[in-house]
Ligand binder design. Structure first.
Ligand code: MBD
Ligand code: FE
Length: 281
């Protein structure tokens, strides 16, 4: 198992950095004045910590070495999404009507296989994990049905591994782009993911070990829900009673996002209903 985890740290960091660099984003995010304000205040916060704790030269050099290594490991996407993104999500979406969002994280890949409204996610023959039927309806926050919606879903497998960020998994394993039906409904067959452990052999893992923290995110499904005329909803769904639902290292759990799956009608695994409401543009 430790070999598997090692391979995962190297593979996931490099892939996450490559994926982020390929992502389309606006060129000049902010003007000079705002850049100056934000950069000055971040630096002032750092200076304040150094003064209050009388940071030593040994600690300063350890920080420098660690920051250099985060980049060499490809772990900036992981670091930022685990410890910073939740506040960006909070300040940007706090006034938005409709379903709660949460962080995207480093492992979204656009272009997953297109699936019909009632479909199984791509998975291996005999994919391990408890079968899960995830169904719901996509609506506008005002209640209008959204038959044109797309539900993009990605998740870890029952070993906590993401396709394209861990070795030896089919390219699109447990990733799909679902077109809802004429009533805006979907019914997706998948398996329950395992909790996700931050790789222990990379820089993020070193920080966690050095600080005596735990390295876990609760099991979760990632969703990106979009429809014409509406803001795209990026969110995650968790499982009630699951490990680390109450102490997610990425601080991305909200009470509205915790599912309560019931035994499936056919006796095979679980099923759960969750509706998704999008904010008009
Ligand atoms: C994940 O699977 C994830 O969703 C986030 C936000 C960070 C690291 C791994
Ligand atoms: Fe995730």
């Amino acid at each position: 198992k430790s070999n598997e985890v090692k391979a995962t740290a190297a593979a996931s960091g490099a892939s996450a950095t490559e994926r982020f660099q390929a992502k389309e984003r606006s060129e000049a995010a902010s003007g000079k004045e705002r850049v100056s304000t934000l950069a000055s205040e971040v630096l002032a916060a750092v200076h304040d910590v150094i003064r209050r704790h009388k940071v030593t030269y040994a600690e300063y050099d350890a920080l420098k070495a660690w920051l250099i290594q985060v980049g060499l490991d490809g772990e900036w996407p992981l670091f930022l999404d685990v410890w910073v993104e939740h506040v960006v999500e909070e300040v940007n979406n706090e006034a938005r009507p409709g379903s709660k969002g949460t962080i995207e994280g480093p492992y979204y890949v656009p272009g997953a296989p297109a699936l019909s409204a009632d479909a199984a996610l791509p998975m291996r023959e005999g994919e391990s994990g408890t079968p899960l039927v995830f169904q719901g309806q996509v609506r506008s926050a005002d209640g209008t049905l959204l038959p044109g919606a797309l539900v993009d879903i990605w998740q870890a497998d029952a070993d906590g591994l993401y396709a394209q960020f861990a070795p030896n998994l089919p390219e699109w394993n447990l990733r799909g782009s679902v077109t809802v039906d004429e009533k805006g409904t979907f019914r997706i067959r998948t398996v329950e993911p395992a909790p996700y452990q931050i790789p222990t052999d990379g820089s993020c893992g070193k920080l966690i070990a050095a600080a005596g923290w735990h390295a876990w995110r609760p099991a979760h499904l990632h969703l990106k829900v979009s429809a014409p005329g509406h803001q795209t909803l990026t969110t995650q769904l968790y499982f009630r009673g699951g490990e680390h639902v109450t102490d997610d290292i990425a601080s991305a759990v909200k009470p509205e996002l915790v599912l309560d799956p019931a035994p499936a009608a056919d006796g095979n695994g679980h099923e759960v209903h969750y509706d998704l409401e999008l904010a008009p543009e």
